[in-house]
Write a new protein. Structure first.
Length: 268
């Protein structure tokens, strides 16, 4: 409990099964006027982002679609079109699911199964004192439609674990202000951030980069001994995607940053 996916024993040697459920809810994760294909795309991409956080590969998905009675059939068809737009490139098979009606908002729920090699599995819990913190891409401003149109960082995560020992990793779904403290707490350490170094999308403030959420970038911890080689190799492999050193992990008692943001929290 507490990781992005559940990791359980697999029948084959050297593998773990990854299990994940996720959902998008109308008026919470999308608005009624959003294009349904974009909603379906987001629902699937969010789920795959959690596999990326653990260096896993999604394989199969089950879809539960709950919609108001007056919703047109074309709306549902477009939801599935969006789901397939993400599933197909990642070679994930949609193998079933369920449909139901509701008097409330529409909901798209996804249950996905995948795999990861035991020697490449990454959790939130392995961060060590002195580790360097990196983040992929840029942060903030997701409400400007980026939350509907992003690519899960599966390829980047797989490359990272193939070439380096990644101690801890999480995807930034609720914002750096929420997800970094989760990683640090799971690892039993604290953190120090250079807020001025945060990679921001155009027009975004530091506070927005910390708190907006739905960035779906990777935040990970790695030994400082590997950080220089990582930055050099990353630039060659992913020249169009920034990788930014934003801070490091510390002993729990060393942290006193009271101004660090809080990100997004459900039920608050």
């Amino acid at each position: 409990p507490g990781d992005d996916c559940a990791a359980v024993a697999a029948p084959g040697q050297g593998q773990l099964l990854l299990l994940k459920t996720d959902c998008v809810v109308e008026r919470v994760h999308f608005q009624p006027n959003e294009k349904p294909a974009a909603v379906g795309r987001k629902a699937m991409a969010r789920t795959f982002s959690d596999f990326a956080a653990m260096s896993g590969l999604p394989r199969f998905a089950l879809i539960t679609l709950i919609a108001p009675l007056d919703r047109e059939a074309r709306w549902a068809q477009q939801i599935y079109r969006g789901l397939e737009q993400i599933a197909d490139p990642f070679e994930v098979a949609i193998v079933g699911g369920e449909t139901s009606s509701t008097d409330g908002p529409a909901v798209v729920s996804i249950s996905a199964l995948g795999t990861v090699e035991k020697d490449r599995w990454v959790s939130r819990r392995g961060g060590k004192k002195g580790d360097v913190l990196f983040v992929t891409g840029r942060l903030g401003g997701s409400i400007r439609r980026r939350h509907l149109d992003f690519v899960p960082r599966i390829a980047e995560a797989r490359w990272l674990t193939a070439h380096f020992s990644i101690h801890a990793m999480i995807d930034l779904s609720d914002g750096l202000g929420a997800d970094l403290p989760r990683l640090a707490a799971a690892s039993g350490v604290g953190f120090e951030i250079d807020e001025a170094a945060l990679p921001r999308n155009h027009g975004c403030s530091i506070a927005e980069a910390i708190n907006d959420g739905e960035d779906y970038e990777l935040l990970f911890a790695i030994s400082p001994n590997d950080s220089g080689a990582l930055e050099k190799k990353w630039r060659k492999k992913f020249p169009q995607l920034p990788l930014t050193r934003i801070g490091r992990l510390h002993q729990q008692s060393a942290i006193s940053n009271q101004q660090f943001g809080h990100g997004y929290h459900h039920f608050q």
